[in-house]
Write a new protein. Structure first.
Length: 114
C-alpha cells in the first residue's frame, strides 16, 4: 500500500457511519452481510448505505458480491491488513523490536469463527 491508498482508506473510515459499517463487517467475517441487514441494523436508508459502502469499496476496504437479488458486503481483510501494515511499517524506528511488532493476523478460519 502506498501513501495515496492509505489516505483514501483512512478518509473512507473517517466517517461515523462508514466506520460502523466497516466494524460490523469485520465482526461478520468473510461471509459478510446483506445490504438490507446492514441498513436495518444501523437504522439508515438503503440509499444512504449505498453511498457509504461505495466509499469503502473504492478504498479497498470491502468487497461486494451478488447472491440472487441481494448484495452481500464483506470486509476486505487483505485491504485492512495492508492499511495496518502501512501504518506500522516504521514502528520503533524500523528496528526489529518485539514490543512494537504487529500481532499475528488472525487466520481466515479464525475470522469465520468470530
Amino acid at each position: 500500500m502506498d501513501g495515496r491508498q492509505a489516505i483514501e482508506a483512512l478518509g473512507a473510515l473517517a466517517h461515523e457511519t462508514r466506520l460502523a459499517v466497516f466494524r460490523m463487517l469485520v465482526a461478520a467475517g468473510p461471509a459478510g452481510l446483506a445490504a438490507g441487514g446492514i441498513a436495518e441494523r444501523l437504522g439508515i436508508a438503503p440509499s444512504s448505505l449505498t453511498f457509504h459502502v461505495q466509499h469503502l469499496h473504492r478504498a479497498g476496504l470491502l468487497t461486494q458480491r451478488r447472491l440472487g437479488r441481494q448484495l452481500i458486503y464483506a470486509a476486505d481483510f487483505g485491504g485492512m491488513d495492508a492499511l495496518l501494515g502501512f501504518l506500522t511499517e516504521n514502528c520503533c524506528g524500523g528496528t526489529a523490536n518485539d514490543a512494537c511488532a504487529p500481532s499475528e493476523p488472525c487466520s481466515p478460519s479464525q475470522r469465520a469463527a468470530s
